[in-house]
Design a protein around this ligand. Structure first.
Ligand SMILES: [Zn+2]
Length: 152
């Protein structure tokens, strides 16, 4: 709606139907500049041939990525986002691991395997599933204090 209004206004100014303002506020200049930079950045992000794995996870620029407070987990999270998790499957390909296989499951140790299937992390996955189940349940019941869900 506002975008359509802006386009119509710009078209009228270009045609000479409406005189363009000579003076704009600093605040408006910042907004215009920010909008141009964001659109330029998005256009570049949409059409670049690098980092397509990350693009598929985060297609919009200005998306706020929330990192965990634990540095070690944050680094792992970044590596997963950048499609370079340094797991055995990747490390074997680059020559820094003797085997691409998971020590526990004897299948390629990829990000998908570790996050979704590896028996070493069954308990962590169950904990995460329970956490989200409680979160969904709390939202359905409109529970204000999420922690109360664990004690119901
Ligand atoms: Zn495994």
């Amino acid at each position: 709606m506002a975008d359509q209004y802006s386009k119509e206004l710009a078209h009228k100014i270009l045609k000479g139907d409406i005189p363009a303002p000579f003076i704009i506020s600093v605040s408006d200049a910042f907004k215009i500049t920010s909008d141009i930079v964001t659109k330029s950045w998005q256009l570049h992000w949409d059409n670049h041939d690098k980092a397509r794995y990350t693009y598929n996870l985060i297609p919009r620029v200005h998306t706020k990525v929330i990192f965990p407070t634990s540095r070690e987990i944050g680094v792992t999270y970044c590596r997963l986002l950048l499609h370079d998790p340094m797991l055995r499957d990747d490390s074997h390909r680059t020559g820094t691991s003797h085997s691409p296989l998971c020590e526990s499951c004897s299948v390629n140790e990829s990000a998908e395997h570790v996050l979704l299937h590896c028996s070493l992390y069954d308990q962590a996955r169950r904990g995460m599933r329970d956490y989200y189940w409680c979160l969904c349940k709390a939202q359905r019941k409109n529970i204000r204090k999420f922690s109360a869900c664990f004690y119901m």
